[in-house]
Design a protein around this ligand. Structure first.
Ligand code: SF4
Length: 319
């Protein structure tokens, strides 16, 4: 295999996580985040997250076969990057009508209303993969129209099952926008959102059914920290040059990172959500477009500091 888990480094990171104790996972609410997410205890929040989490992908530009930079566009006067842009746009729609993402309202909005969700302040839809987003909305709206159980009922049924998380993953894993990725990144993310929101919509009593959530930040972190090693010089050159990689290369890297994080969870005793949040926050110290800030990084002593490495540049609807 050109990419493999570095067991020694995984063990050292697991010791670090075990030493610092349980890190609180993010609650995906408004506290400390301005108005990015819907506030606590309001109508339509489960529908909102079912809709918006399916669109957490593709918010970066490709330029001449290389990574060209993150997508940044203003929403309500604030420049929003990538994932934050998606969330801010959906929250704007939710603020106007908390039931916008519910079955009847979403159907009523139709193609024109759906196209308006992701417009920036200039009235432009800047999403680099908008055709893919539109197609997911069409299939999701059709599923929602016909679904015997809309999202809130699906979550309630899962909560009544012996293993609520497993029941949720089984059912929500059939929904368009979530069903396509064998590694279930958006689905696992939706589960930790619904579990960790202040309302605790999803009552998880079977945490052993959580799986790693592998997005591009985590792949970049795992490559730089040395949680995984790449043995192929050509692949390393592509990653350093931020060139488009093949589907096989992306699969090799993502799969190795998945196994490394699974081991990290196992050995450290930390939850998937807490580890995911640690690496999500690490994106600010170890970012895409600036030099990593190694001197102020808590893992600097045992990180491989392969700072030139970048996540696989690859178009996918999975992350
Ligand atoms: S900032 Fe430096 S020390 Fe921290 S994870 Fe990135 S490369 Fe490693």
């Amino acid at each position: 295999m050109p990419v493999r888990v570095n067991e020694v480094r995984v063990r050292r990171f697991a010791e670090y996580f075990a030493e610092i104790g349980q890190v609180s996972p993010f609650d995906f609410c408004s506290a400390g985040e301005g108005t990015l997410f819907p506030v606590r205890g309001c109508a339509g929040v489960i529908d909102y997250f079912f809709f918006v989490t399916a669109h957490q992908f593709g918010f970066w530009h490709l330029d001449g076969g290389r990574y060209g930079g993150p997508m940044i566009a203003p929403v309500d006067g604030v420049p929003r990057k990538g994932s934050d842009f998606i969330v801010a746009c959906a929250t704007r729609a939710w603020n106007r009508d908390p039931l916008f993402f519910a079955r009847e309202e979403l159907a009523r909005a139709g193609e024109e209303g759906w196209a308006g969700i992701f417009r920036d302040d200039a009235g432009v839809n800047p999403l680099p993969m908008w055709p893919e987003h539109r197609e997911i909305i069409q299939r999701y709206a059709a599923w929602l129209r016909a679904a015997p159980r809309p999202p809130a009922e699906l979550v309630a049924a899962a909560n009544a099952a012996p293993e609520p998380l497993k029941a949720f993953l089984d059912e929500a894993g059939k929904v368009p926008g979530y069903a396509e990725d064998p590694m279930r990144k958006k689905l696992q993310l939706l589960a930790i959102i619904l579990e960790n929101r202040p309302e605790h919509f999803l009552r998880v009593t079977d945490p052993w059914n959580h799986r790693p959530i592998i997005d591009y930040h985590l792949q970049r972190s795992a490559l730089r920290t040395g949680l995984v090693d790449v043995d192929d010089a050509r692949v390393l050159a592509d990653l350093e040059a931020r060139r488009l990689v093949s589907a096989d290369t992306e699969q090799d890297i993502r799969s190795a990172v998945y196994h490394a994080v699974a081991r990290l969870v196992e050995q450290s005793g930390m939850s998937v959500a807490a580890i995911d949040y640690f690496f999500f926050m690490n994106r600010t110290r170890c970012p895409e477009m600036r030099e990593p800030d190694c001197p102020s990084c808590p893992v600097r002593e045992f990180c491989a500091r392969r700072t030139k490495l970048f996540q696989p540049v690859f178009r996918t609807e999975a992350y």
